[in-house]
Design a binder for this molecule. Structure first.
Ligand SMILES: *[C@@H]1O[C@H](CO)[C@@H](O)[C@H](O)[C@H]1NC(C)=O
Ligand SMILES: *[C@@H]1O[C@H](CO)[C@@H](O)[C@H](O)[C@H]1NC(C)=O
Length: 238
């Protein structure tokens, strides 16, 4: 999954090669021209079954670059040690590099870097997906908003000239077994649920601010219910 808001309509016609079920548009006010140095996307998947298949993600663009990055959570089956999530932090930027053990070259079959970790995680808690920069080097982490426990997902470096994070982008919920599958049937969607909350940053021109989000259902509309919950956007599938 990757797209910019402007090309959303065009790419929607390419679905289901990239099967977005739901979109989550976000924006942040008062972004300086050089972009943000941090952004946090809260996501709650308390009521998602502990099985693989769904990806709850937010995307972000960089000043001076056309390609985006994304960060998000995927449920996983429980391990012997407890409930487990898969955290993903990726960039589609050509020329991005990483020396992190949990990152590898390439993203969704194209240029970029993909980082991922499986980690023990409480599903009941909202997780903050936190993206921070040190110059051109960007790190992604999942932070339990209740306990403060932090799980690093990965770190990559963008090519020289890349700026900070831009003021808006669009995240998604996808059922990734359907990527590239043109014969899916909406009735086959397993049940799940996830809530996205508005992003926050510490690095707007007014310091700490909270942005806005809005959701839409793009596919399998009759199987997906969207509602507003505590300032967030909640999707219930099947
Ligand atoms: C890579 O992931 C493992 C968990 O799979 C974690 O223990 C380790 O700290 C991670 N590495 C870095 C550099 O964050
Ligand atoms: C495509 O998805 C359907 C379920 O909707 C499944 O029955 C079929 O096997 C899938 N095809 C491929 C090639 O994965």
């Amino acid at each position: 999954m990757k797209f910019l808001p402007i090309v959303l309509t065009v790419l929607a016609s390419l679905i289901p090669s990239c099967m977005a079920l739901c979109d989550i548009s976000w924006n942040i006010p008062d972004v300086p021209s050089e972009g943000l140095t941090d952004i946090t996307f809260p996501i709650n998947i308390a009521n998602a079954p502990h099985t693989a298949g769904y990806y709850f993600a937010q995307q972000f663009g960089f000043v001076g670059l056309a390609d985006v990055g994304y960060i998000g959570l995927q449920p996983r089956p429980d391990s012997d040690s407890g409930s487990t999530m898969h955290g993903v932090f990726s960039s589609f930027v050509s020329g991005a590099t990483s020396t992190d053990d949990n990152c590898s070259n390439g993203a969704d079959g194209g240029d970029g870097v993909s980082c991922a970790v499986d980690f023990l995680a409480s599903y009941s808690d909202t997780w903050n997906l936190v993206v921070t920069s040190d110059g051109n080097t960007w790190s992604g982490a999942a932070v339990d908003s209740s306990s403060g426990v932090q799980q690093n997902i990965g770190t990559y470096t963008l090519p020289a000239g890349a700026g900070g994070i831009q003021s808006s982008q669009v995240g998604f919920v996808e059922y990734y077994p359907w990527n590239g599958n043109s014969t899916f049937t909406c009735a086959d969607l397993p049940s799940t649920k996830g809530t996205f909350y508005p992003p926050t940053t510490q690095s707007s021109s007014n310091g700490a601010v909270t942005g806005d989000i809005s959701g839409s259902v793009d596919n399998c509309q009759s199987y997906i219910t969207q509602q507003s919950i505590s300032g967030g956007v909640d999707f219930s599938i099947s």
